[in-house]
Design a binder for this molecule. Structure first.
Ligand SMILES: C[S@@+](CC[C@H](N)C(=O)[O-])C[C@H]1O[C@@H](n2cnc3c(N)ncnc32)[C@H](O)[C@@H]1O
Length: 298
């Protein structure tokens, strides 16, 4: 039995901490994306000696992305811990159609696209605003062998949702994963509600609800229908007010234009819960899981 505080015990503790540190992503720098690292990641992955073992193997591609983020530069991926929470939801909900808002380099796209396919689903739509990031996602989806299930749509999420809906390609969303511009979670959800894409049975999953946090989104999905109807009346009269800290509101170089006059469908009944977890850097964060369980008569 090792005595607490003994040299042997300290040695073991240090060894355990080192192993844990090796498994986390590098720390977030001041500038932590859109500085060339996304293309560097592609060279890292495609330059691997065992590249042929990665082909058609989503897990090996994810491991290569994780290796880059642990040993080279931080990547703003959902990571394996929060990712596992969403994968569990996919496995139990078995969505035919899942939509992701914000794909970055495709980590969540590969992880969840594979889970949707394994659960018998047909389509995983990845909506990514940046054409450069979308090109990286497409290359890694092709490498993973998931192109039959995953389609990447380039452009701002609201425009892409409108386009997919009006073309008839998107008529219902069984699962939604939100991980893009934080102030757009509510406006995009309301847009999907107005287009009748959210129906009883739809599961909403929202990343980063603790870090950096998203109080307006949590308030919306945790409200009763009556509370939402009252807010809707208020918005009609005075307009919506959503305040985010500057670093969240101005995270991207190109400003986002959000439609705050959307009213959504306040009669959709949601049941919501927070799953506590961790960022791939080890920081605490959480995923909000919300299920649409019915429609209330107004
Ligand atoms: C945190 S990253 C997504 C990480 C990714 N889901 C993962 O876990 O691997 C956020 C992404 O959202 C994209 N984005 C930001 N605003 C957007 C918008 N309005 N529409 C679509 N994508 C957007 C950014 O370009 C960025 O790639």
């Amino acid at each position: 039995m090792l005595k607490p505080g003994s040299p042997a015990c300290l040695h073991l503790t240090t060894k355990k901490l080192n192993i844990m540190a090796q498994n986390v992503y590098r720390a977030k720098e001041e500038v932590f994306f859109d500085d060339g690292r996304e293309i560097e990641l592609l060279h890292f992955v495609y330059g691997k000696e065992n590249i042929n073992e990665l082909r058609n193997n989503p897990d090996r591609v994810l491991a290569a992305i994780d290796e880059y983020a642990r040993t080279k530069k931080y990547l703003m991926n959902v990571g394996d811990k929060k990712g596992a929470i969403v994968v569990d939801e996919i496995t139990s909900r078995k969505p035919e159609v899942m939509v992701e808002l914000g794909g970055y380099v495709g980590y969540s796209t590969i992880l969840f696209g594979q889970a949707v396919r394994n659960a018998g689903g047909q389509r995983y739509w990845c909506l990514e605003r940046s054409p450069e990031f979308a090109a990286v996602i497409m290359a890694l989806i092709d490498l993973s062998g998931l192109s039959d299930t995953v389609k990447v749509i380039v452009g701002p999420s609201d425009e892409s949702i409108h386009r997919l809906h009006s073309s008839g390609a998107l008529q219902n969303i069984d699962m939604l994963f939100m991980d893009h511009y934080k102030p757009a979670y509510v406006t995009d959800l309301k847009l999907c509600e107005e287009l009748k894409l959210i129906t009883p049975g739809t599961v909403l999953t929202a990343d980063n609800v603790i870090e950096p946090g998203n109080p307006p989104y949590l308030k919306y999905v945790r409200s009763t229908c009556e509370q939402k109807r009252n807010v809707t009346k208020e918005v009609k009269v005075n307009g919506a007010e959503e305040k985010f800290p500057d670093r969240t509101a101005n995270q991207y170089k190109r400003p986002e234009k959000l439609n705050h006059s959307l009213l959504g469908d306040p009669n959709l009944i949601y049941q919501s819960r927070l799953e506590h977890s961790f960022e791939p850097t080890g920081e605490p964060d959480g995923v909000e899981i919300t299920r649409c369980v019915g429609v209330e008569a107004a």
